[in-house]
Ligand binder design. Sequence first.
Ligand code: SIN
Length: 506
Amino acid sequence: MTEVVRLDDPLVVGAGVAGLTVALALPRATVLVPDERGSTWWAQGGIAVAMAEGDDPGLHAADTLEVAGGLAAEEAVGILTEGGPEAVERLMALGAAFDTDEDGVLLWGQEAGHSRRRILHADGDATGAEVMRTLTAAVGSSETVTQMLGWKAIDLVQEGSRVVGAVISDSRGRRQVVLAPGVVLATGGIGRLYSRTTNPEGVTGDGIAMAARLGARLADMEFVQFHPTALAGGKDPLPLLTEALRGEGAILVDAHGRRFMVSQHRDAELAPRDVVARAIWWQLDKGAGAYLDATSIGNFPERFPTVFAHSLSMGLDPRAGPLPVSPAAHYFMGGIDTGPEGRSSIDGLWAVGECASNGVHGANRLASNSLLEGLVFGARTALDVSQSGPVPGSGPYRVPIDALDLPLRPGPALEELRQLMWERVGLVRIGNGLWDARNQLLELDSVLRRSVAGRVAADVARFIIPAALRRSESRGGHYRADYPDPDPLQAERMMVEPAVAEMVSL
Ligand code: SIN
């Protein structure tokens, strides 16, 4: 018999920057903290925020819109950039320490797509770890947040049409049902669906899959962002070579040491992320090689300690010569469709951070806007949740079939899917390849559905592939070699209304 726990406060699923911000901003909350550390911990590049002298939120908004391929929701962009300074000050008041000069004045970094220096970093390239250290400590000492350590959600629980809780699992597969007046998904992105990714274990789109099984509307599922420069060499995940390296003068060269971005874009290495990623893809595809030459950067170990350590662990020294690079799946612009308050299309369910798609990034996210997104929209979502949410009644409760007994660990089919996604649904897509991916996914489907992780992957891939097929143009992170230009008639966001999965009563 599965244990049922009844909470008086909302349940927050996920403990990255968005989840912990929601939990801290709610009057009371319970947060599920899984064993694996999510993407925020790994973020190197920092927090983009218009606080430097001469900068203002309007300029930050203009840069965000400029790279977004015409699809960003202007209201959400305004909320992000206007709300940025206050959100960062709140984080600093909790103890976050960002890099300063000897006089204690904040240092502002440069990254691609930003018209000025506006990126805060901590310990050079360990910004995410500092954000998480700060938020984890705040949650740890909070009297209003209860943490359930080592638990993650598998599925959502409904009473009538309203979400009233989740089925949760620990790492051994032990299940519980948690009933709560409102559930906030902050489960992160989908990078692990790809064989080349910068995202850590566990970032497989759980929240998106859970919401889709209940029929929650999804948005922008074709828009995956590939980071141009991961350190090639077979690690999984591939270590990130932060964009800040290029901001500080690193250049991209071919196997003969020749720069190749200068002829591709007026901003060369600091062109928008999708442009640089595709240029590297073509270089690799034609066998010309792609390397990041960061030898001009002084004090490398002090300024980029994370990159330095990763490089040394692979027998490479960034001070001595160029590093081999590959693009890698990095961030998902799509996800659960929400407004700026995080409300999904289903009562009782909110989503925030990378698993949500509120339109703030459009078709392509501006570098270092995602930590800010978690801080700003996390606080807004908490406000909305705290203003609603009747407690669950006495049932009957329904969950998707398999929620209570499916094994956690995936078999080899998941690796097959990851390779397929990279090859056919990666950063250069073509109609035939996408059809092929669709057919191969159908063949893998029943095997994938024998585990929780495989079922999540199948449930997310089955929306990404048709969305990529349907958008017969190139825009932002979505590039179709058979339709290489943007089509003004397709300049709008695409929504998907998933069919509801088969449900069982508890
Ligand atoms: C980076 O450090 O290049 C990543 C920053 C980001 O993805 O926003």
